[in-house]
Each structure stands twice: as structure tokens, then as C-alpha cells.
Design a protein around this ligand. Structure first.
Ligand SMILES: Cc1cc2nc3c(=O)[nH]c(=O)nc-3n(C[C@H](O)[C@H](O)[C@H](O)COP(=O)(O)OP(=O)(O)OC[C@H]3O[C@@H](n4cnc5c(N)ncnc54)[C@H](O)[C@@H]3O)c2cc1C
Length: 500
């Protein structure tokens, strides 16, 4: 009698879930079975096709300090190389882009991250430059202060004046609360070890060294100046991964939402999925469950007696949601080489502007059209989230016209995409997160990975690393999940210890 293959039920077909499934097909005999609630592949890292124009949900840079992740991407989609892999001739290719993003403030564009150049000081003016320098020196002289909030962290690193000039408004737009209410962890992940001192060092490096992968590796993430980008947007890579999973025998079921998860005595699970079109429910047995669904919803879906304290912490977790408005235009008033622009003007609600033509010229259907994305941060159910699509489009066009990016009469077409739970927040009950972690870790065959799956501000590479480690732990019978939780907690530590 042949032994039945074990099954790993994977919740979600975003980067985390797809990487886990792909790794299982490569390193084990365990059958991956992905259930994806939506009708698309790629999660937040998908690409939306709008009449042949490809919209990226936020502009996804493919950058990692991990050699394994870079090799994984290279294996899936080779990087361009004019001799052998020419994007003009082939489709399955990653473009290599030189990063350029700037901050719009006082109607002027400042290089982001802020660089010590003459242009920066000229734009700021003598008085403001003096105030920034004086407040930074004051902070340095005042010694080490306790860093309890994100505002404390920003001031500690940059001084009060620089923080108020370049970080406060955008950060508060993202989170919808004051920087005083946010834990410093988000800043530690977002700006890593970036500081005025690092910025000076970077300026020196930029002047004296040419960019090589070794130098990139030693740079702070915010300062990285080169990245990969699939010719047709991030979804291209994830759709290709899905194809490879299916070719290797894995299964991906779209439009199937996991609504209940019952842990059984032998550590396996009964998983209930609901067809999003018919409402029909069915139950499937899984030896393992790998989850990228939001932790809050996972706790709600657990069909067992969840302790009250765990329930309370899960219910108190906060997420921030996101709207991107894709606008197709005949022309831009300001022709700019930036991939994206941070909008720091306090009277404008838009948080960031994506210039998709500068990510890849292959994202538009018709060459010559301008394809941009206006990003707004909000909370599901709030006034902005509830605006009708035509109102959101009107707001974006109006703000872009105010900032003199474009002429409203040049708009050809537009699309609105709402992305719930785009950002897991480091406030609310996040302080008590270890209560949830300890409880969920007690289910031997349940593995939490990815961004909302671990409630971490993870990029694609972190989400992938957590998936790879979950598979390694399953294959090698490792019970502790500490290695997964370490990802993106100790940036340098997490790689490349994996697989060694
Ligand atoms: C604006 C923005 C910009 C970003 N830019 C970058 C960048 O430049 N570089 C970078 O590396 N990363 C970037 N990221 C982060 C990146 O998008 C995430 O790290 C990545 O998509 C997380 O992958 P994931 O698989 O964990 O989760 P997701 O991408 O969230 O995928 C989870 C999937 O699970 C599905 N799901 C949820 N609940 C259920 C359920 N109950 N049943 C079945 N399916 C379910 C969802 O539909 C979704 O498809 C950005 C994120 C945002 C919001």
C-alpha cells in the first residue's frame, strides 16, 4: 500500500504563500495546497491590469540584502543584460533601475533620503538650513534621551527641525495618528540605522566609490540606489512562481477564503474554506498550515477555545489601509525621472505619487502615455475609504493640478484600487503581541509567515525568508519557530545563516 502524501495548506497566494509552496515542491514530498480569497495572484505585490496598463499597488522595489533571495529572484526572472537578456526582445526579465525618489516640500523637490548637497541647502534657504543645523547640534549635545515614541526616535536621529521638515507630515499621513502615539519599532524598520552621520558617510561613498553589490549590501536600506523590477510589474514574478508551483504538482485555488481552522489532537488541522462566489463551504484536512492571513482574522477563525487575553490582544491590533488611483494622462507638466515622490505638503492629502513610466516603460499599453499612481492612506470605513471612485479620482486630479504636476484636461482614463490591511501598525495592542505569539506557537504544525501573517512591517524579501524558514522547519522537524520571528527583527542576523 502506498503511503499518502502529507498536505500543507497554505493561506494566501501573496509572496509569502507562493514562496512557501514553491519551496515545498523543491525540497519535500509534502503537497502544497494554496487557498486564496481573492481572484488574483501576488497579494499586495500583485499587478493590476487596467486596459493593458499595469498598476503596481504601491511601487514594489525588488531589493534584498540576502544572497539567497537575490538568487531566487534571478532564477525566476533573470536580470537584464544588454548582450544576453535584452528587455526589448524578451519578456521574462527584471530591469535594473537606478533609484530616484524625492520629497515635494515648499513646492520644491528634495532628494530622498535627504542628501547633503548644495541643492538641498539652496531649496531650504539659509534661515531654515541654520535652524536645522542648530537643532541637530542641540540634540547631539543633550546626550542620550529615552526613546519611547517614533517622534523621539526621529528627533534623536535627525534633530527636531529636520524631523518636522521632512518626516512628520508624511509619517502621520501613513498612520493617521501623531508620531507621538507610534512605537519607535516602525521607525527602526523603516529608516533602519539611517541618521545624519550615515547620510554624511553616504555622501562621501557616493562621491568616491562606484556602486557594487558589496557596497549595496553594507548600505542602509533607505539609501539603496539600485533595485530590480520585473518588466511588467511585481505581479509578473508572482504569476510565474504560481505557474512553476502548478507545473511541479502544487495546487492554487483562487476565490476560496479560509473561514475556520480547527486544530486536532494529532497536531493536524481541519480547514474550512468558503467559495467567494457561491458561498459554498467545504472542509479539508491538512497536516500543516502555513498562514499569511492577518493574524487578527486567524484568531477569529480558530475553532477552539481561544484564551480571553489572546482574543483581546488580537482584537486590538490595528491596520492601516491604502488607496491607489491610477491615472493615465497625455502629459505631465513637470517631466521627472523619479520613480516616486513623497508629498510633504501639509495641505495635500496625497501621501506619495508613483511615476510608473520610470519604473518600467513597458507598464503602459501605448508608448507616450503617462501612467501615474496617486497614493492615499486611510482606514477602512473612514470618509476617504467610503468616497465613490469618481470622487477619489476628482480629488487626486485636483491635488495633482494644485501641485502643478499635470493639467486636469489631459487625463485619459483612471482606476481606483483599494487595498485593505496594507500596513500592520505598531500601536494599538501591539505592545502585548507576545501573548498572541506564544499562544499560536503552541500549535506545532501551524506556521505564521509574511507581513500580516506575522503582523510585521515586512517587505517581500522578509516575507519570502519567513516562508523559506517555515518550510525548512517542517522538512527538518524543527519545533521552535524562533528563527521565523527573528526575521526583520535583527536585520543583519537573519541572513545568510539560513540553509547553512
Ligand atoms: C504601498 C506598499 C508599498 C510596498 N513596497 C514594497 C517594496 O517596494 N518592496 C518590497 O519588497 N515590499 C514592498 N511592500 C510590501 C509587500 O507588499 C509585502 O511584503 C508582501 O506583499 C507581503 O506578502 P505576504 O504574502 O505576506 O502578504 P500579502 O501580499 O498581503 O498576501 C496575502 C494574501 O492572502 C490572502 N488572504 C488573506 N486572508 C485570507 C483568507 N482568510 N483565506 C485565503 N486567502 C487569504 C490575501 O487575499 C492576499 O492575496 C509594499 C507594501 C505596500 C502596502
Amino acid at each position: 500500500m502506498t503511503k499518502q502524501k502529507k498536505t500543507a495548506i497554505i493561506i494566501g497566494a501573496g509572496p509569502g504563500g507562493l514562496t512557501a509552496a514553491y519551496e515545498l515542491t523543491q525540497h519535500s514530498t509534502i503537497q502544497p495546497l494554496i487557498f486564496e480569497a481573492s481572484e488574483h495572484i501576488g497579494g499586495i505585490s500583485r499587478t493590476v491590469d487596467f486596459k493593458g496598463n499595469k498598476l503596481d499597488i504601491g511601487g514594489h522595489r525588488f531589493f534584498s540584502k540576502s544572497d539567497s533571495i537575490n538568487a531566487w529572484w534571478e532564477n525566476m526572472l533573470p536580470s537584464e543584460d544588454k548582450e544576453k537578456v535584452n528587455p526589448e526582445q524578451i519578456d521574462d526579465v527584471m530591469l535594473i533601475k537606478q533609484r530616484l525618489s524625492r520629497i515635494l516640500f515648499l513646492s520644491k523637490l528634495f532628494i530622498y533620503p535627504i542628501q547633503l548637497r548644495m541643492e538641498t541647502f539652496t531649496n531650504l534657504g539659509l534661515f531654515r538650513t541654520f535652524k536645522i543645523a542648530a537643532s541637530y547640534i542641540k540634540t547631539r549635545l543633550s546626550g542620550k534621551n529615552k526613546i519611547k515614541t517614533l517622534e523621539d526616535l526621529f528627533i534623536h536621529r535627525f534633530g527636531k527641525e529636520l524631523y518636522q521638515t521632512f518626516f512628520k507630515s508624511y509619517t502621520e499621513k501613513v498612520w493617521g495618528v501623531s508620531c507621538r502615539e507610534i512605537k519607535p519599532e516602525w521607525g527602526s524598520q523603516r529608516i533602519k540605522n539611517l541618521s545624519v552621520a550615515k547620510t554624511i558617510l553616504h555622501a562621501l561613498k557616493e562621491n568616491f566609490l562606484t556602486l557594487s553589490s558589496t557596497i549595496q549590501k553594507s548600505m542602509e536600506t533607505s539609501l539603496i540606489s539600485q533595485f530590480r523590477y520585473p518588466k511588467y510589474g511585481p505581479g509578473q514574478l508572482w504569476e510565474l512562481t504560481a505557474k512553476r508551483i502548478e507545473e511541479a504538482g502544487g495546487e492554487i485555488k483562487l476565490g476560496q477564503k479560509v473561514v475556520a481552522l480547527q486544530p486536532l489532537k494529532d497536531s493536524t488541522f481541519t480547514v474550512t474554506v468558503e467559495n467567494q462566489q457561491t458561498g459554498e463551504r467545504k472542509q479539508i484536512q491538512g497536516n500543516y498550515v502555513i498562514s499569511t492571513m492577518p493574524i487578527q482574522e486567524l484568531i477569529q477563525a480558530l475553532d477552539t477555545d481561544v484564551p480571553d487575553d489572546v482574543q483581546k490582544v488580537a482584537n486590538g491590533l490595528i491596520y492601516r489601509d491604502f488607496i491607489i488611483i491610477g491615472l493615465l494622462s497625455k502629459e505631465l507638466k513637470k517631466l521627472m525621472p523619479d520613480q516616486w515622490v513623497y508629498i510633504q505638503e501639509p495641505h495635500i492629502r496625497m501621501g506619495r505619487l508613483q511615476l510608473f513610466n520610470n519604473w518600467s516603460p513597458y507598464l503602459t499599453r501605448d508608448k507616450g502615455n503617462i501612467w501615474i499612481g496617486a497614493e492615499y492612506f486611510c482606514t477602512e470605513g473612514d470618509i476617504m475609504w467610503e468616497l465613490a471612485d469618481h470622487e477619489l479620482i476628482a480629488m487626486a486630479v485636483d491635488e495633482l493640478a494644485q501641485m502643478e504636476f499635470l493639467d486636469k484636461f489631459n487625463i485619459i482614463d483612471a482606476i481606483v484600487v483599494r487595498q485593505p490591511k496594507a500596513y500592520p501598525a505598531y500601536f494599538g495592542t501591539y505592545d502585548h503581541f507576545p501573548v498572541i505569539r506564544e499562544y499560536l506557537d503552541s500549535f506545532a504544525n501551524l506556521f505564521l509567515i509574511g507581513r500580516n501573517g506575522t503582523h510585521r512591517y515586512n517587505n517581500m524579501d522578509h516575507s519570502m525568508m519567513s516562508a523559506m524558514l517555515a518550510v525548512e522547519n517542517i522538512v527538518n522537524g524543527i519545533e521552535s519557530k524562533d528563527n521565523i520571528w527573528e526575521i526583520n527583527a535583527q536585520d543583519e542576523l537573519h541572513e545568510d545563516k539560513r540553509r547553512n
